[in-house]
Design a protein. Structure first.
Length: 300
């Protein structure tokens, strides 16, 4: 099995690498998987020719896992064209290549394809209605993939990803919490955090599954996050509680904390489908946060 993972320097890409590097499991033929990780240096998704060049000059893959994306939600309002190239047009090109190579494609999307006004947890069949540029480009990527690959692909929609790598909500709160006496954090946007290692585990579980490996499976969307419904305010409070940081957290509304990109109000997603089809476990957000923060502490 030749497996390509894009976005090797991102949170999810690094989390997959961490597991693969310590994983001794083998595929069904008992031969180790050949997993190749690439970043923008090898495969620049902002350039059509870079993508063609990479695949023309490498042997065909059996599975492509696309963890790379333009993820700067606010900046995407100004750089919508670049975000569209990476999150939509590059995904379209990857889908076309995967289809030609008879490779499976596992692509990551976002809860921000929704407007957050559902009033109940989103299922995979609820109608998307993105309210910012990032969400629009990610939805366009999903649609292009589905059009080109009606079979042999999977889209996983996830939310509020954090990890022990790079900049994310947890690392930002830890930094600010140690510098300041109080902080304002939005309390009227609800959702579920996702520890990138949990998502990486789920992805590796899925690609080993017969249901994914069998030829001709209809392309499907799956939701995945940790369990629990919280606001960013509650998330920040828990981070400070675990780390015993004294900083006071003051809840504010989205209106009191304007950002260039509008955020959906509640993007809680139902995970029943991924749990049933692939037997994936979903951890409680607090236990996963504790796991991540324990690792962060050891790294200090
Ligand atoms: N982060 C979240 O809260 C969140 C929420 C919902 C869904 N998601 C989705 O989950 C997936 C993984 O996200 P993540 O948190 O791991 O994101 P991340 O940490 O921002 O990583 C994204 C990676 O994509 C790479 N990338 C950006 N532009 C590229 C280009 N032109 N060519 C090649 N690679 C490029 C980046 O490379 P550099 O390191 O070189 O910049 C980075 O390593 C993405 O599909 C994202 O849309 C994320």
């Amino acid at each position: 099995m030749r497996i390509l993972v894009t976005g090797k320097n991102g949170q999810l890409g690094r989390s997959i690498q961490k597991i693969v590097n310590t994983d001794t499991k083998t595929d069904n033929n008992q031969s180790p998987n050949d997993v190749i990780f690439v970043g923008r240096e090898e495969l620049d998704l902002s350039s059509e020719s870079s993508i063609s060049h990479y695949f023309n000059n490498n042997d065909k893959f059996d599975i492509i896992i696309n963890c790379a994306a333009y993820t700067q939600v606010d900046k995407a309002e100004q750089e919508a064209e670049l975000a569209d190239q990476i999150n939509h047009l590059a995904v379209k090109q990857l889908a076309s290549i995967a289809s030609n190579q008879l490779a499976k494609l596992l692509h990551i999307s976002t809860d921000y394809v929704f407007d957050g006004e559902n009033g109940k947890p989103y299922t995979e069949t609820d109608t998307p209605n993105p309210i910012n540029a990032y969400g629009r480009t990610k939805l366009a990527g999903e649609k292009a993939l589905q059009a080109l690959m009606p079979i042999n692909a999977i889209i996983i929609r996830t939310s509020w990803v954090y990890s022990e790598y790079g900049n994310n909500f947890v690392s930002t709160m830890l930094k600010l919490g140690k510098e300041r006496d109080d902080l304002r954090v939005v309390s009227d946007q609800m959702g579920s955090p996702t520890y990138a290692t949990d998502l990486a585990d789920a992805i590796l579980e899925i690609i080993r599954h017969k249901k994914f490996r069998d030829e001709g499976q209809t392309t499907q969307i799956y939701n995945y996050s940790n369990e629990g419904e919280i606001s960013w305010y509650e998330f920040a409070k828990e981070i400070f509680k675990i780390e015993k940081i004294e900083c006071r957290v003051n809840p504010v509304t989205s209106q009191q904390y304007p950002t260039p990109a509008k955020r959906p109000r509640n993007t809680l997603m139902k995970k029943d489908k991924i749990v049933t089809v692939f037997n994936i476990k979903t951890s409680n957000w607090k236990s996963s946060l504790n796991t991540c923060m324990t690792i962060l502490k050891k790294q200090q």
